[in-house]
Design a protein around this ligand. Structure first.
Ligand SMILES: [Zn+2]
Length: 252
């Protein structure tokens, strides 16, 4: 059983805030946790993060993790045309490649896990090898076509549930039975979102969803730590998505 821990590295709650505390503070906590276990993860980064916080890309890369793409500034790609979408992902890839020392960028994840129908065609044109945008809840048949050589790694869209103590037991039991499970988190989950929103005087906003802030910050790190511990005790292996592709290629 293999587990891929994947993180979207982006501005804090993209459709609500325009700050980068998740990158500046949350990412450091996540990297430290992974370091403690010598686990490598996959980090889907927006072009804006690479541009505004280039140290983040360097740090992730220097610690041996995989860097992948997550659009330019967290655009809703399913609302764009083929050409607009291709342009955004192409710039995203170029910015990240420029900031990296040696990483080959082969993976992509669409913001909000909402890929456009033509995503695989765009990714093929731009030289990507895999996608991780179509959550296990919304597997769609037309993505399964073999016309494109793009591997799909369905992420488990459970990031909020993961932070709820009651559900964690059942979830862990289920997760630890899979051949490969792709868990999906965000840099901003590792900061205390409720305090941040209060400090910015935004917490009054009634449209603000509880699932975005509950058990974020240190509680998130503690939950993740518990999960990793349990997975290791059950002999699970952690891998990056790139490693999984390489392994599959070698078996052919
Ligand atoms: Zn995202």
């Amino acid at each position: 059983m293999k587990i891929a821990l994947t993180y979207d590295i982006e501005r804090d709650i993209p459709n609500v805030l325009d700050t980068f505390f998740g990158v500046k503070i949350g990412l450091i906590k996540i990297l430290k946790l992974l370091d403690n276990y010598n686990i490598k993860g996959t980090f889907f980064c927006t072009g804006t993060v690479a541009d505004k916080q280039p140290w983040a890309i360097n740090t992730i890369e220097s610690k041996g993790h995989e860097i992948a793409c997550h659009s330019l500034n967290h655009e809703r790609l399913n609302k764009l045309s083929f050409e607009e979408c291709k342009e955004i992902i192409s710039i995203n890839k170029k910015i990240i490649e420029k900031k990296c020392q040696k990483s080959e960028i082969i993976g992509f994840r669409a913001p909000y896990l909402k890929p456009p129908k033509f995503l695989f065609r765009v990714l093929t044109d731009l030289g990507f090898k895999y996608d991780s945008s179509i959550s296990t809840r919304k597997k769609v048949q037309y993505y399964q076509t073999n016309r494109f050589e793009i591997q799909e790694f369905h992420p488990m869209d459970i990031y909020t549930v993961f932070r709820l103590p009651l559900s964690s037991f059942l979830l862990r039991k289920w997760i630890l039975k899979k051949e490969l499970i792709v868990l999906y988190f965000h840099s901003w989950e590792a900061i205390d979102i409720k305090s941040l929103m209060c400090n910015l005087n935004l917490f009054k906003n009634s449209s603000y969803r509880i699932d975005r802030w509950i058990n974020t910050g240190d509680s998130f790190i503690i939950t993740l730590n518990k999960f990793i511990n349990e997975a290791i005790s059950k002999k699970a292996e952690f891998c990056t998505l790139k490693q999984f592709i390489t392994k599959k290629d070698a078996q052919r």
